[in-house]
Structures are given as structure tokens and as C-alpha cells.
Design a protein around this ligand. Structure first.
Ligand SMILES: NC(=O)c1ccc[n+]([C@@H]2O[C@H](COP(=O)([O-])OP(=O)(O)OC[C@H]3O[C@@H](n4cnc5c(N)ncnc54)[C@H](OP(=O)(O)O)[C@@H]3O)[C@@H](O)[C@H]2O)c1
Length: 298
């Protein structure tokens, strides 16, 4: 089968090579999925084989998965993953839309419910609301019944309104940390303001949740800051690092919201499998609205 192999660290154009590699098989509790659509470490597709210990799936099922660290990336024609990392695709969505759910949808869901524990009537500011995680987080926070303020560039303000945001701040002209309104939660997905600056707009009993950092291009950029704040006995606000835990249960929680019509995935661009490097270059530039999807097969 064809798969992109990571041959070195660095930008995708230098590090990814399209290669022919052995096709995996479904052993034990694994299912072999023929990928239709990919989104980096997430994919949707069709079950082609089930392992002898599988009880949840059969050949032909249309599924989505977020294999986590069990495979390093999903840029391949087939993946074999444990069935407890796999979920049926939402009834109302195409496979294409379903590919956008794992990782972004589950990270947003866990940030809002597990870490922020957001309640109806509370207020949340989402910094970096126009990316894959952010566009899902806006809708999930609205589904809770919260008052949602988003921070994006001006071009994404109409998208924010469409997703239900109550108020939007343009980061190119306004600094949200210098504004008067106080929030029950700041969910920071881009890490462009320091935690102490964000705390100025968080109510005394509120919470700062970090889910990502554009600066380093990786979540790792925020870990040291968040841990430092968590250990500081003089800190006045709660601080949490929202790490996504991939699982079938996490996917099912998001699927339920999608099936209830409360969450739609935003897809900005589609690329063919032989243009994965172009897709990654666009992603690495850091200005995608929603998700980028790669078509592997129809
Ligand atoms: N916690 C986890 O387990 C987990 C899981 C998945 C992803 N992540 C991390 O989450 C982060 C975001 O990922 P993503 O896929 O949602 O989005 P992304 O594609 O990395 O980010 C793109 C978005 O960021 C916006 N942006 C750029 N500069 C900004 C600024 N100064 N202020 C506010 N927004 C800005 C861009 O909007 P404009 O075009 O308008 O600038 C664009 O819509 C990444 O660091 C990723 O590694 C963490």
C-alpha cells in the first residue's frame, strides 16, 4: 500500500516521503480500515477486515478513528487499529465530514466538558476559535448554553457568527487581555497571550484552559507554563492543560452532538492523497479556518 513515511524532523515538504509499505492486517482486537478521508492523525473509512477478538464491527462498516500514539499519523491507504479507538460515523454526516471529527472534535469536547466543566449561563472566551479545535469548541460551548466570545482575525468573524458566537474580537486590532469583560473560562487554543495576561480577564473563581499553542506549532509549547502555574501556591485562578485522550468513548460523545444537530465540522480545503505535502504546508502556515481534508479513495 501507499503511505507517507516520516524520514526526518522538519517541515512536511522535507520530511514526508510517499512510499510503498506492507499493508497491515487485522490481528486480535484490531480492525483494518481502508481510509477514505484523512486529517493528519484522524481518518474516516470502511472496515475491510476484523480481527478474531473484535465484537463491535463488521466488514463494510463506515467508521472514524483517532488512533493516537498507536500509529504515528494516518497518511496511509490502510490503518489497523484496536476497535476501542474506533466509532461508527455519525448518521447524518458524509465520510468526508466524519474525517474532521476525531482529534479536533474530541479535543474541543474534552476541553469544554472535562477540563473547563462549562455550565449553562457561564461565559467563555475562546482564543484561536477559527481553527479545527476552535470551530468545534464554539459550537460545543453554545450547546452547553454558555455565552461565547471568540478571538479570530477579521476575515473569520462571519464564520464565528454562523457558528453561534455571541461576540467576536479581531486579534489584529484588539487585545482581548486589555478589555473590560471578565469570563468564567478562557480556552486558549493558540497560546498567543501569556497565562497571567489571560488571568486578568478571568473571574476570581474562573479557569484558564490551554489546548494548544501556535508559537511552537505544537501543544508542547504551553506545557511548561501551565505546569508552572499549577504549582504556584500564590496563583489566583485555576489553570488546566487540556490533553485529548483518544478513545471510542470520546468519539461517541462527539458523535452524539453531531447526530443531535448541535455540531457541524467546518472544512476549508480538500486535497488529493498525492498532494499531502501541499496540505501540510497550508496547515503549517497556521491560518486554516476549520479543517483540511485529504481524499485517499472514494
Ligand atoms: N490539546 C490537544 O490534545 C490538542 C489536540 C489537537 C490540536 N492541538 C493543538 O491546538 C492548536 C490549534 O490547532 P487547530 O487545528 O485548531 O488550529 P490550527 O490550524 O493550528 O490554527 C489555525 C487557526 O489559528 C488562528 N490564529 C492564528 N494566529 C492567531 C492569533 N494570533 N490569535 C488568534 N487566532 C489565531 C488562525 O486564524 P486566522 O487565519 O484568522 O489567523 C486559524 O484559523 C495546535 O497547536 C494544535 O497542536 C492540541
Amino acid at each position: 500500500m501507499q503511505a507517507y513515511v516520516l524520514t526526518q524532523y522538519g517541515p512536511a515538504k522535507d520530511s514526508l516521503t510517499l512510499s510503498t509499505v506492507p499493508k497491515p492486517t487485522a490481528t486480535k482486537n484490531h480492525v483494518l480500515i481502508k481510509a477514505n478521508l484523512l486529517a493528519g492523525t484522524a481518518l474516516s473509512g470502511t472496515v475491510e477486515e476484523v480481527g478474531p477478538d473484535c465484537t463491535l464491527f463488521k466488514v463494510g462498516d463506515q467508521v472514524m478513528t483517532e488512533p493516537g500514539l498507536s500509529i504515528l499519523g494516518a497518511f496511509s491507504e490502510y490503518v489497523s487499529v484496536p476497535e476501542d479507538m474506533v466509532c461508527e460515523k455519525p448518521v447524518k454526516l458524509s465520510l468526508e465530514e466524519a474525517a474532521a471529527i476525531p482529534v479536533s472534535g474530541t479535543t474541543a469536547y474534552q476541553a469544554i466538558h472535562k477540563f473547563a466543566k462549562l455550565q449553562a449561563g457561564q461565559s467563555i472566551l475562546i482564543n484561536g476559535a477559527s481553527g479545527g479545535v476552535g470551530t468545534a469548541a464554539v459550537q460545543i460551548a453554545k450547546a452547553v448554553g454558555a455565552d461565547v466570545t471568540t478571538v479570530t482575525s477579521g476575515k473569520n468573524m462571519p464564520l464565528m457568527k454562523q457558528l453561534g458566537a455571541d461576540f467576536t474580537i479581531d486579534y489584529k486590532t484588539q487585545d482581548f487581555t486589555q478589555m473590560d469583560k471578565m469570563y468564567d473560562c478562557v480556552l486558549d487554543i493558540v497560546g498567543t497571550a501569556s497565562i497571567s495576561a489571560c488571568c486578568k480577564v478571568i473571574k476570581p473563581d474562573g479557569i484558564y484552559v490551554s489546548a494548544g499553542s501556535l508559537g511552537s506549532g505544537m501543544l508542547i509549547g504551553n506545557i511548561a507554563d501551565v505546569l508552572g502555574c499549577k504549582m504556584n501556591p500564590f496563583k489566583s485562578r485555576r489553570v488546566e492543560l487540556a490533553m485529548n485522550t483518544p478513545s471510542r468513548d470520546a468519539l461517541r460523545e462527539v458523535k452524539e452532538l453531531v447526530d443531535a444537530g448541535k455540531l457541524k465540522m467546518v472544512i476549508e480545503k480538500r486535497f488529493d492523497f498525492n498532494h499531502v505535502k501541499d496540505a501540510m504546508e497550508v496547515l503549517e502556515a497556521g491560518h486554516v479556518a476549520g479543517k483540511i481534508i485529504v481524499r485517499v479513495s472514494s
